[in-house]
Design a protein around this ligand. Structure first.
Ligand code: HEC
Ligand SMILES: [Cu+2]
Length: 330
């Protein structure tokens, strides 16, 4: 709208300018042009018209603002239900916790279509900002301060979200997806997420599970392995009133991996979890070139320099075992 108004004004002004340059340029013998300095009528016209134009633009701006950030969150009703999530900003990835379901995931916030999504924003490190340009404006996650926001996604689909506040070197790789699905899909997804991880049956994956317990469980949680259940980082690991001090044994630094195999992003979206076409089949001879999870495990610091996953190097067999195990955690 504002662009339209600006284009009309631009074309009009430039048109008159070009017309005047051509029509009234100096030719030999033309007299001095008519001097109209101090013409009250003209002064009024070129003050009042731009003022009116600016008021029209102000109207559309305010309307736009109210649309992007409506003031009152609708009360939950049967027709307009509400879902509660806590978005936790880490350096540099997003954790999502669903308090009503007691489920934790990372990188993708899955929500049902047409539902008010009430987001509690939490950080215990630096300031981050939650932004999904196609769905909702930016709101900061401020350490020691409980911020909230809400939005409604009217259409199914996958929307890109980013961290919109510079939060360190890998700020640009702190992306997430909002996946908006129909109610039935959301329910079935949620009931899968609520399960503990199933114990692997395949021998390769079993070795991967042992490796996980030895080398990864100090930073990552898997419900059914080193965690009894999901936990609410915002409550367990917080300096907010009523919270427990940071560093309680539950407060693991890395993403919860209980259902890693069902996710589409890795480590703040620095890579896709590309399991299609047998890329991550553990027997794929090109596993380390084609499977992004294998790439990540092979060199997390090369892929996302400075991130908090500092591990010794893994052998090809170990990577194979871990891929078999983690991608099997659907
Ligand atoms: C010192 C702590 C630490 C250890 C040990 C560690 N990780 Fe990580 N891991 C992290 C952190 C932190 C991230 C998130 C990095 C980021 O995105 O900035 C991560 C990310 C990941 C991810 C991506 C998860 C997602 O949903 O995006 C996977 C998979 C993973 N690690 C697997 C492993 C495995 C397997 C091991 C054991 C071999 C391991 N990690 C050991 C800290 C650790
Ligand atoms: Cu951030």
């Amino acid at each position: 709208m504002i662009l339209g108004i600006s284009i009309v004004i631009f074309v009009l002004v430039e048109g008159i300018l070009i017309f005047s340059i051509l029509r009234y340029r100096e030719r030999p013998g033309t007299p001095n042009p008519f001097q109209n300095h101090g013409n009250l009528k003209l002064e009024l016209v070129w003050t009042v018209i731009p003022t009116l134009v600016l008021f029209v633009i102000l109207f559309f701006t305010i309307r736009g603002l109210l649309y992007v950030a409506p003031e009152n969150e609708p009360a939950a009703t049967a027709a307009q239900p509400r879902i509660e999530v806590t978005a936790i900003g880490h350096q540099w990835w997003w954790e999502f916790y669903y308090p009503n379901y007691n489920v934790t995931t990372a990188d993708t916030l899955e929500v049902p279509v047409g539902t008010t999504v009430h987001v509690n924003l939490f950080s215990n490190n630096v300031i981050h900002s939650f932004w999904v340009p196609a769905l909702t404006g930016k709101t900061d996650l401020i350490p020691g301060h409980a911020n909230t926001k809400w939005f409604v996604a009217e259409k199914q689909g996958t929307y890109t979200g980013i961290c919109a506040e510079y939060c360190g070197t890998q700020h640009a790789n702190m992306r997430f997806n909002v996946k908006v699905v129909n109610n039935d899909d959301f329910k079935s997804w949620m009931s899968t997420q609520q399960q503990a991880a199933s114990a692997p049956t395949d021998p390769l994956a079993q070795k991967g599970a042992d490796l996980f317990k030895n080398q990864c469980a100090s930073c990552h949680g898997i419900v059914g392995v080193n965690l009894k259940q999901f936990y609410n980082t915002a409550q367990e690991c917080t300096d907010l009133p009523g919270g427990k001090p940071n560093g309680s044994p539950q407060c693991l630094i890395g993403p919860n991996l209980t259902h890693f195999g069902s996710r589409s992003l890795i480590a703040g979206g620095v890579l896709d979890n590309n399991t299609e076409n047998g890329n991550c089949d553990p027997n794929n001879p090109k596993l380390k070139e084609q499977c992004n999870l294998a790439k990540w495990l092979n060199d997390p610091q090369g892929i996302k320099p400075g991130n908090d996953m500092n591990i010794g190097s893994l052998t090809n067999e170990q990577i194979q075992q871990l891929v078999a195990y983690l991608e099997g955690l659907k």
